[in-house]
Design a protein around this ligand. Structure first.
Ligand code: ZN
Length: 339
């Protein structure tokens, strides 16, 4: 994993977060359980990984893991027996009680390397209620020299009892202008103008690494194709023509989200709050949508958000049928006479 030893200096906002997160350690008041909330794509993995390595290192230098001691060496080899990562198992959407119990038994034993132990619970709100209650017991009677790092997306729903056992930290994202400057300093982004860079950020709640990924991969091209198809579909009142755009699940979710943000933007445009729109490079399309009127836009938004949620949270659904239904209903909405 490249990620493990990546210097945070290239990500100024993460560097600052790391310094804040490690401050209690320097002062000798580190809490045994941290809840770290983040906006996906802000670099959460980099900063939590670094923090875990720092907690395990036996001889940190200037608040950085030394990279040389036995603990660091094992960590870098992705093989430190006192480091536990909990996340949903393959093909599962939640973290089960057995995973929590499995770790709980191990961490009450002495650390394998005679130092700290670190448990990183990724997307903590994915725990089932039973799993969360099992974890709660462990957090109430924490084993010695053990740190729990619970990371979770900003809108994740975590049991309040778990929250109350943790010290809370929110990973901040930079201001839009600072993120635009950062994106400009990245190699592959010089082909984009300021509006496009801002759009990539605003579509990702200002998370710089998510924006970079959108710009650097074929996703940006896919978005351009999708928006031009959408423009034709809406001008011709023909949602059915979008059907090809929803052939695989992952792509579908992204596109559903893109359209929802466009709908949201068109409402802002209608309310003369155009300067808050996210799709700054798609003003013409936003205007086309705004033309349908507030009532239809809200109906479409509710419908598309519901489907997005349905497809994101439930597996093994007949996606094809759901999408066909969505497009048919959307077509009824825009062709209806109410306005
Ligand atoms: Zn070390």
């Amino acid at each position: 994993m490249e990620l493990i030893n990546e210097p945070l200096i290239n990500y100024p906002w993460l560097m600052k977060a790391y310094q804040n997160l490690t401050l209690p350690l320097i002062n000798g008041h580190a809490h045994h359980a941290l809840l770290i909330k983040y906006i996906a794509g802000c670099g959460e993995e980099k900063v939590v990984t670094k923090l875990a390595m720092r907690l395990l290192c036996s001889t940190p230098q200037k608040n950085e893991p030394c990279g040389q001691c036995h603990h660091c060496q094992l960590f870098l080899a992705n093989n430190n027996p006192d480091y536990y990562i909990i996340k949903p198992e393959k093909n599962k959407l939640s973290i089960g009680i057995d995973q929590i119990r499995g770790i709980a038994t191990k961490i009450y034993e002495r650390s394998q390397q005679g130092g700290n132990k670190v448990v990183w619970l990724q997307t903590a709100s994915l725990m089932t209620e039973a799993a969360a209650n099992a974890l709660l017991k462990t957090l109430e009677e924490p084993p010695e020299n053990t740190y729990f790092l619970l990371s979770d997306i900003d809108n994740g729903k975590l049991l309040p009892t778990i929250r109350s056992r943790c010290q809370f930290y929110f990973l901040p994202v930079p201001e839009l202008d600072a993120s635009i400057s950062w994106l400009k300093s990245q190699s592959l982004t010089n082909q984009y103008n300021e509006n496009q860079l801002a759009t990539a950020l605003l579509l990702n709640n200002n998370a710089p690494l998510a924006a970079l990924k959108l710009l650097e991969t074929e996703q940006w091209q896919q978005r351009e194709q999708f928006t031009s198809k959408l423009q034709i579909a809406l001008t011709e009142y023909d949602f059915w023509s979008l059907r090809d755009s929803f052939l695989n699940q992952e792509n579908s979710l992204i596109r559903l989200n893109w359209f929802c943000i466009l709908l949201n933007d068109s409402l802002k445009a209608r309310q003369k709050s155009g300067r808050f729109i996210a799709n700054r490079d798609q003003v013409a399309l936003v205007r086309v949508i705004a033309h349908f009127g507030t009532e239809k836009i809200i109906k479409l938004y509710t419908l598309w958000r519901d489907v997005q949620e349905q497809l994101a949270t439930v597996t093994a659904l007949n996606q094809d049928l759901i999408i066909s239904n969505l497009l048919a209903q959307s077509e009824i909405i825009i062709n209806s006479s109410t306005n």
